[in-house]
Ligand binder design. Sequence first.
Ligand SMILES: [Zn+2]
Length: 215
Amino acid sequence: MVDSKPLFELSVYKTAFIVFVLYSLSGVVLYADESKLNAKQSKVLKESFSYLESIEPKRIKIDKPTYNKLTQFESIFKFGFSGKKLSRWIQSRIKKYSYGSTGDYIAMYHDDGDVLLGRAFFSLNRLDRVLVLLHEARHADGKNFGHVVCPENFQFLNPRDWKIHPAGKKGCDSVIDGGYGVTAAFLFELGAYGYLNQTEAAHRYNSEISRVIRD
Ligand SMILES: [Zn+2]
């Protein structure tokens, strides 16, 4: 009985130590899986927004009736086409960026404006990075803009990473103004205002729209 007290104390210290080690290890594991952006990654992200903010509409390069018939930007975003406004639109929705494993996706939206960027994001060109951010920002608008499973016979390539094939994966939309609809609307404006030539704008637009499936 006399010896039991120090023994008891020792086991408390032991337990506390083990708990501490486990806690530290779990921290390490978490950190390796998902972390804040490093300086280089933050710079890439900033450059993406600077590029977007440099896009301001001047003169429409396609005929006006065609533009009026096909433009969807204002009806979706509730403001006229403007890179600066679109940048603010994204930044009011995405509050935090982290870096980590994104599996079959280039980026992932978590609740509360938290976006996880995968390695592939940082090797994209600036336009594709903007498209990814725009897409992820739409997820902040709620469950209505969540994805549906693409058909098993979905034949379109993922333009940003061929290894990621959308067939049978939750990478399609059933609404016209979801993540893929907003990027398509933006690409249309880039073509209309001459920031992309019509051929590239149309290919890119069609690619985004291919993810909108409706029965
Ligand atoms: Zn998405």
